[in-house]
Design a protein around this ligand. Structure first.
Ligand SMILES: Nc1ncnc2c1ncn2[C@@H]1O[C@H](COP(=O)(O)OP(=O)(O)O)[C@@H](O)[C@H]1O
Ligand SMILES: [Mg+2]
Length: 260
């Protein structure tokens, strides 16, 4: 994929030191507990305390089944927690109606998934425009903005193509455009490079760093150390608790090197 076409790269330097814009907590978790009640109750998150400042770029690592996706789904208001408090951008996320949750999600969060989650019968442009539909943006404005974001990611010529006509890297760029088109405050990415080869993974991570440097808070779930090392903090989850938080210096990484 040709990242030189990505607009974010023109305005920032991928290797500069990233510091949070200020100390305002964008995400604050206090004693979050989550149990799945199946045949056997499964206590997945056991009193998680965590603060992520506005403008930070962090990763969450842990073995398969350690609760990474559960935590990310709670952060994204896609799932409820049982006890504790979650403050997103200063607002308590608790006991929300479906509509309130959807509204908060739409205004604050952009999602990126391992399997892209693009709608197969919609074109790249229609996929990017879709979140704006839920914000009651007019069709004309939706399409304009979608094209603008596709262009930023070097995908202008692919606007009318369907997902199955795109490579993995192109699909992930469409999904990044879709995540950003609503100008969210936070990007939540669950294994964003899990389905990509090494070179494309490095390119996607470089774009995500550029996006972060434009001020957007970024949380990336990954089980790949090479991905996590490209974030400023690694939160290690084990058996439902945060085992430790590792501080990184991604500015010291040679970003031209491949990841895997
Ligand atoms: N909806 C669910 N119902 C019951 N158990 C679940 C559900 N989602 C996840 N789990 C279980 O919770 C544990 C944590 O899952 P998950 O958060 O997906 O872990 P990770 O993303 O770290 O691999 C796993 O044992 C998983 O099987
Ligand atoms: Mg997972």
């Amino acid at each position: 994929m040709d990242v030189t076409n990505a607009g974010f790269l023109r305005i920032t330097n991928g290797n500069s030191v990233v510091t949070p814009i200020n100390n305002k907590a964008m995400i604050r978790l206090e004693k979050i507990n989550k149990t799945y009640f199946g045949a056997q109750p499964l206590h997945v998150l056991k009193g998680i305390d965590l603060e992520i400042a506005e403008g930070e770029m962090v990763s969450i690592m842990g073995a398969s089944g350690s609760g990474k996706s559960t935590l990310l789904n709670i952060l994204g208001i896609l799932d409820n927690y049982d006890s504790g408090n979650y403050y997103l951008n200063g607002k308590l996320v608790k006991d929300l109606t479906e509509n309130e949750a959807a509204d908060m999600r739409n205004r604050t969060i952009g999602f990126i998934f391992q399997s892209f989650n693009l709608i197969p019968f919609k074109t790249a442009m229609e996929n990017v425009a879709l979140p704006l539909y839920y914000q009651n943006v007019s069709r004309k404005k939706r399409n304009e903005l979608a094209m603008e974001y596709l262009e930023r990611f070097g995908l202008k010529e692919w606007a009318d193509h369907y997902p199955n006509e795109l490579s993995g890297g192109q699909k992930q760029r469409v999904s990044m455009a879709r995540a950003l088109v609503t100008q969210p405050k936070v990007i939540l990415a669950d294994e964003p490079t899990g389905a990509l080869d090494s070179k494309t993974s490095a390119e996607v991570m470089q774009i995500l760093r550029e996006v972060n440097q434009s001020g957007i808070t970024m949380v990336i779930v990954t089980h790949e150390k090479g991905i996590a090392l490209r974030t400023n903090k690694i939160i290690h989850l084990k058996d439902g608790v945060i085992e430790n938080i590792e501080i990184n210096h991604p500015e010291q990484i040679d970003f031209s090197k491949e990841i895997k």
